[in-house]
Design a protein around this ligand. Structure first.
Ligand code: NGO
Length: 487
């Protein structure tokens, strides 16, 4: 009798599970159908497409590395939104359709995730970005990263549909970009880095190196945003040219990690000749729309001088024809060129003044330091990284926030996008950069691309599936115990 009851119970349980599976089956996202960042819509079906002997055709199909044929068909001319795509997988055919090439590229990134096992589940994805600016920033000033390293990071971020790479090219510890009219910036100012002079970590990009990075990025639909940080964070420039200081004496090169002690000489016309030359040469190297002029932590510049500088740099920057981006402190100025973009880097609970400063810009890029700074330690185990932004930034912290809920009045309509900066005071190799970036940068990609309202419990298994692609590609990442990595 007991046996019979047990059997009935087991059968009842099995029937319930089957019914649940059938109910959820067609729309459930299994690890093999998981995509990061989450698409706007995804409906899964039955069966799969085999990549065995698959062929591809259409624009950008060479990126799939398959023989020519009509198994996977890419086509332009769809009515998708900018950068968006439709991806349809049936058992016999895959199609990706978009209105622009960037959209096709993003569809290919999703397909790379879906196809890594060689079997692509039947699915239909309709997708487009929440924000037009999805950025990653790399600090090449505290430690220099060469062209090959930067290309690797571009490959990494392109997997997640980031479309801007912001390069922090200058800081107290080093000047990293050749400027023909002020050659000592690199002859002298590039020879230092955090930790030493002439050591690993110093160096600079020649103009050809820089063009190579810009061109490489373009093949991944990534636009480079150069930053020349001013008027603070300029010790390397001051050390290279004493005429840029107010007392005419060049400070020594700096290899520590303090901030806020240097300033260009605000009252001197030489400064503005320098700014015009530098921004002019940078604009010439920049096919993209933006130049970043810094403006953060000018603690050694008086408030009046800071405003005077903002006014002049605004005029000079506007004359380059580029749209300027500045850290949110530049919002203290009310006469920046119209359209100047602010980059918010305070916390998700804004610190004093930051929200007001950010709100003076028409459009803002959100980089809240306590969730989006990839140089913050994950936890007590992190071998490198900083802790100043509210302590540790776990992967859950990087995921559980919304860019439109930080600065009152700055919702989706005024958010140009989201950016994840990685500062390199404690990071000297690209492996270390990847370790700090991944997997948190996938969480930030989701804030930048996916519709609001994602849930960590739903994200975590998709992240574990995405990590398998990182494994395939040899991308270093932190296997935090917040995620169960075994699928
Ligand atoms: C701050 C500071 C940088 C540091 C970084 C370290 C900004 C905008 N200015 O962010 O100089 O490198 O924190 O996390």
């Amino acid at each position: 009798m007991k046996r019979l009851i047990a059997l009935v119970l087991v059968l009842a349980l099995a029937a319930t599970v089957t019914v649940l599976l059938l109910q959820n089956g067609p729309t459930m996202t299994t690890p093999s159908s998981a995509v990061v960042p989450a698409p706007v819509s995804q409906v899964n079906g039955e069966g799969s497409f085999s990549m065995d002997g698959a062929t591809a055709s259409g624009p950008l199909s060479e990126l799939l590395g398959l023989p020519q044929g009509d198994g996977i068909v890419l086509s332009l001319g769809g009515d998708q939104r900018a950068e968006g795509y439709a991806l349809e997988v049936t058992t016999t055919r895959i199609s990706i359709t978009a209105a622009d090439e960037a959209g096709l590229f993003h569809g290919i990134q999703s397909l790379l995730q879906l196809s890594r096992t060689g079997v692509v589940p039947v699915t239909r994805i309709d997708d487009y970005p929440r924000f037009e600016y999805r950025g990653a920033m790399l600090d090449v000033a505290r430690h220099f990263f060469g062209v090959a390293d930067v290309k690797r990071y571009i490959d990494d971020i392109a997997l997640l549909k980031f479309n801007y790479l912001h390069l922090h090219l200058t800081d107290d510890q080093g000047w990293r970009i050749q400027i023909d009219s002020w050659p000592n910036l690199t002859v002298h100012g590039s020879t230092s880095a955090v930790g030493g002079i002439g050591a690993g970590g110093s160096g600079f990009y020649t103009k050809d190196d820089y063009r190579e990075i810009v061109a490489y990025a373009a093949t991944r639909f990534v636009t480079v945003v150069p930053e020349i940080d001013m008027p603070g964070h300029t010790n390397a420039a001051l050390s290279s040219y004493p005429e840029l200081t107010c007392n005419g004496s060049a400070p020594a090169l700096y290899t520590g990690i303090e901030v806020g002690f240097s300033s260009l000489c605000i009252g001197s016309e030489t400064t503005y000749g320098f700014v015009a030359d530098v921004l002019g040469e940078i604009a010439e190297l920049t096919p993209g729309p933006y130049i970043h002029i810094g403006g953060d932590e000018s603690l050694n510049t008086t408030p009046e001088d800071f405003l005077a500088f903002a006014h002049r740099v605004g005029e000079i920057g506007a004359a380059t024809g580029k749209t300027l981006i500045g850290w949110h402190e530049l919002g203290r100025s009310t006469d920046l060129p119209a359209g100047t973009i602010g980059q918010y880097w305070s916390f998700i609970e804004p610190q004093e003044g930051a929200a007001e400063e950010a709100a003076t810009f028409e459009k803002v890029i959100m980089s809240p330091a306590d969730v989006a700074y990839l140089d913050m330690k994950y936890d007590v185990m992190s071998p490198y990284g900083l802790e100043w932004a509210n302590g540790y930034t776990h992967v859950t912290d990087a995921y559980n926030w919304d860019p439109a809920e930080i600065v009152p009045g700055i919702g989706d309509d005024r958010i140009l996008g989201v950016e994840a900066p990685i500062w390199s005071e404690t990071l000297s190799t690209i492996d270390e950069v990847e370790f700090m970036a991944f997997p948190r940068i996938a969480a930030i990609a989701e804030k930048a691309w996916s519709p609001a309202g994602g849930e960590w419990a739903e994200f975590a298994p998709r992240l574990a599936a995405f990590a398998q692609l990182l494994d395939d590609r040899g991308v270093n990442y932190y296997r935090t115990d917040e995620v169960s990595w075994i699928l």
